[in-house]
Design a protein around this ligand. Structure first.
Ligand SMILES: Nc1nc2c(c(=O)[nH]1)N[C@H]1C(S)=C(S)[C@@H](COP(=O)(O)O)O[C@H]1N2
Ligand SMILES: [Mo]
Length: 312
């Protein structure tokens, strides 16, 4: 892959996480995974990734690593929740380049290691709410999307940010079918993308991102339904016009562009008023879904004056 090195002013500091991906996996030969399976709850220190705790973390109890990496939507690897964990090992995530283009001052194809250099990694324990009305609590490790956008220089005409997942049918078998219009695409309004809650994540707990969760780089936007959080990102484009988003293209009456978590706007085929927390067990009570997934104090002002029953 083309690597342009670079007129970006990346700092010389190299966080451990840059090397983590390669080292931990090779060194452990899978032993790390065995270590995980016994314990349920894991330490949140995230030392291996050198990630600082965040004031944006929820104090709710996180789901286990096994729950978070064993129950996934990643249609490139199959439609069942267990398919990504079974099939995503086939994905080559190193080397990895991200094309950053459109209305930016310093467009280019950037090696992921260069992007991570000098980024302040944080552990963000976020609520995670799928449009299918299940939820988890996930200790992501990542950095604010706005930090990357600042580094490439957003031009004045930019109003949206578009994201694309890798297109590689040889490793992503469902891309040989037309169940979705590949590659998976998503978009945010620029002010949403600049919000400090929106992160690019490279890890979970203190491990590099499992492939089924979108290694090596995925978006996390905790006040929106999970499908906005696009996985295995290879392209970020600043645009003047609203970009296409996969589920919105697929079924616009069911999935709007904004896709803010909203208990008052039902999906046409099911209620969004409550959710099932994964791992709670079969008899666990459903819990009420919160407006903006509980992040209203932080993000509601982004939507002042909008009718969220129409712009869903
Ligand atoms: N490329 C890609 N990204 C994707 C998806 C997908 O199918 N392909 N599924 C989305 C959906 S519907 C959800 S709920 C989240 C799930 O993220 P998780 O598996 O880490 O919980 O990923 C989102 N990102
Ligand atoms: Mo989802």
């Amino acid at each position: 892959m083309a690597v342009r090195k670079t007129d970006l002013k990346w700092s010389d500091v190299t966080p451990k996480a840059v090397f983590m991906n390669r080292r931990a996996v090779i060194a452990s030969g899978g032993a790390a995974l065995l270590g995980l399976s016994g314990g349920g709850q894991r330490a949140f220190a995230a030392d291996k990734l050198n990630a600082a705790p965040s004031r944006y973390s929820t104090d709710e109890k996180p789901n286990t690593f096994e729950e978070i990496s064993g129950y996934n939507n990643f249609y490139e690897f199959g439609l069942d929740k267990g398919d990504p964990a079974k099939n995503a090992h086939a994905l080559t995530t190193d080397p990895w380049a991200v094309q950053i283009d459109g209305l930016v001052d310093r467009p280019g194809s950037y090696d992921l290691a260069d992007i991570l250099k000098g980024q302040r990694l944080e552990q963000r324990i976020y609520r995670h709410r799928c449009v299918e009305a299940w939820s988890m609590v996930v200790p992501w490790v990542g950095f604010e999307l706005n930090a990357l956008l600042a580094r490439v220089g957003v031009q004045p005409g930019a109003r949206f940010v578009a994201f694309e997942t890798l297109m590689r049918p040889s490793e992503m078998p469902m891309q040989k079918t037309s169940i979705l219009d590949w590659p998976y695409r998503e978009g945010l309004r620029l002010d949403e993308a600049m919000h400090p809650l929106a992160i690019l994540a490279t890890g979970l707990y203190d491990e590099a991102m499992p492939k089924q969760n979108g290694a090596p780089l995925r978006l996390v936007v905790p006040w929106k339904y999970g499908f906005k959080s696009i996985k295995s990102i290879v392209r970020i484009t600043l645009t003047a016009d609203r970009p296409q988003a996969t589920w919105n293209m697929q079924a616009p009456k069911e999935y709007g562009f904004y896709s803010n978590v909203n208990p008052n706007v039902d999906h046409p085929r099911w209620s969004q008023a409550s959710e099932r927390r994964i791992g709670g067990g079969f008899f666990a009570k459903r819990q009420p879904t919160l407006m903006f997934n509980g992040y209203g104090d932080e993000v509601a002002s982004l939507y002042a004056g909008m009718d969220l029953t129409k712009e869903y």
